[in-house]
Design a binder for this molecule. Structure first.
Ligand code: FES
Ligand SMILES: [Fe+2]
Length: 412
């Protein structure tokens, strides 16, 4: 813990990226959505899962990129290597796997029985002599670029990705990779929901602290006042345009603390707003976590285009938003911890934390559908952003530049 003189908080934001209002077309325009599909979702590194969920040879995961209608199989081969393929049999295009996870010796198509090994090679064709000139070597499953960072699996659907994953994720560096890649992290809980709102409205709700005092007035506003959230923006970064840091108030008794909160807080720290008497362990946080600041709670980073990664001691969570159309999206959140509850008090603390964070996320997301409807019907054409909302401006700038730069590359 730091000393008392370290209590000064960083600036909460900046006007460095400009002060003008932003248009809202990018949230409702079908044409803009088509550009996002082709120039962003088909070209960016997309976080699709956790390496530990595909642990042993034969384990596979089936991930749906709903935005593009692409079903991806991620499988660990006998050589321990992870590979990603389109979930498409090269005979006549049937899906090879339908379950979301499993363990198999080979990927066998249910239509006519073609079999592929975990490296994607076609290894068996029933009645192969029926084909006139089948060259089995040419019938390899179509591969997708895959890499791992921080224990998270990323894929890239481009024929040739423009950047390596590490280049893409700067300024998140190797220390981050090691901290998040710690093998002790395991999935604890999560949720999935559909919203009738543009996908970026869900992201926006997580990357500014200005809303906290009002939106979360019944839950965390006392424990994390809006004035204690600082905005990050990284104009040079390709894949991490912005983020937010959150700090406690000096007076930790502030805020709405129910008897249940206070009791729970005696047994552990599962949430971002209970004052922990006891910290979860998590090795390798040096240079990643701002633990030398006594008031620091968490940092989050927008991993472009659709992930908000929250990092703290002993707890990480990711929020992923996948558009289905300009007007509809799927949102998922997953929590990972380095410790399992070992006592009744600890289980109670964890359960109470789950309920609290569910309430906080509901508060965050309930405005999205109304905002979307207001943008769509023309009631609102532009929005104002203050300096604490600078991450939204950084995100908008990155959206436009990602599309423009990719369009420019495609020009002859
Ligand atoms: S489509 Fe897969 S074996 Fe025919
Ligand atoms: Fe919030």
């Amino acid at each position: 813990m730091g000393k008392i003189e370290n209590l000064a908080l960083p600036e909460i934001g900046s006007h460095a990226l400009g002060t003008g209002k932003l248009p809202v077309e990018q949230y409702v325009s079908q044409e803009f959505f088509e550009l996002e599909k082709e120039h962003i979702f088909r070209k960016s590194w997309l976080l699709v899962g956790r390496e530990s969920d595909v642990k042993v040879p034969g384990d596979y995961q089936n991930f749906m990129v709903d935005t593009l209608g692409v079903s991806v199989v991620i499988a660990r081969g006998k050589d321990q290597k992870l590979r990603a393929f389109y979930n498409a049999c090269t005979h006549r295009g049937a899906r090879l796997v339908n379950a979301s996870t499993g363990n198999v010796r080979a990927l066998v198509c249910n239509f006519h029985g073609w079999s592929f090994n975990l490296e994607g090679d076609l290894i068996n064709v029933p009645d192969a002599a029926l084909f006139a000139d089948l060259d089995q070597k040419q019938e390899h499953l179509k591969p997708i670029h895959l890499d791992v960072w921080g224990g998270f699996i990323f894929i890239n659907l481009a024929e040739k990705p423009e950047w390596t994953l590490r280049e893409y994720l700067k300024p998140l560096d190797d220390k981050f990779d090691r901290y998040l890649g710690n093998k002790d992290w395991s999935w604890s809980f999560g949720w999935r929901a559909k919203f009738k709102a543009n996908w970026k409205l869900i992201v926006d709700a997580q990357i500014e602290g200005y809303h906290v005092d009002m939106t979360h007035r019944k839950t965390i506003a006392g424990a994390i006042p809006g004035s204690n959230t600082a905005a990050y923006y990284f104009p040079e970064s390709i894949g991490v345009p912005c983020g937010v840091a959150a700090y406690r108030p000096e007076d930790v008794s502030r805020g709405m603390q129910t008897p249940m909160n206070l009791l729970s807080a005696k047994y552990g720290a599962t949430s971002i707003y209970t004052k922990p008497e006891r910290q979860f362990a998590a090795e390798g946080g040096e240079g990643v976590l701002k633990e030398d600041h006594p008031l620091w709670i968490f940092d989050n980073y927008l991993v472009f285009p659709n992930i908000v990664l929250f990092v703290q001691k002993g707890q990480i969570l990711i929020q992923r938003t996948l558009p289905i159309s300009a007007d509809e999206c799927i949102w998922e959140v997953d929590f990972y911890h380095t410790e399992r509850p070992t006592s009744f008090g600890h289980v109670f603390n964890m359960e109470q934390g789950v309920i609290q964070i569910r309430d906080v996320l509901s508060e965050d997301l309930y405005t999205a559908e109304g905002i979307h409807a207001n943008f769509k019907c023309g009631a609102i054409s532009h929005v104002s952003l203050n300096k604490q909302e600078v991450p939204l401006r950084a995100y908008y700038n990155r959206l436009l530049s990602a599309i423009e730069q990719d369009q420019a590359k495609e020009k002859p």
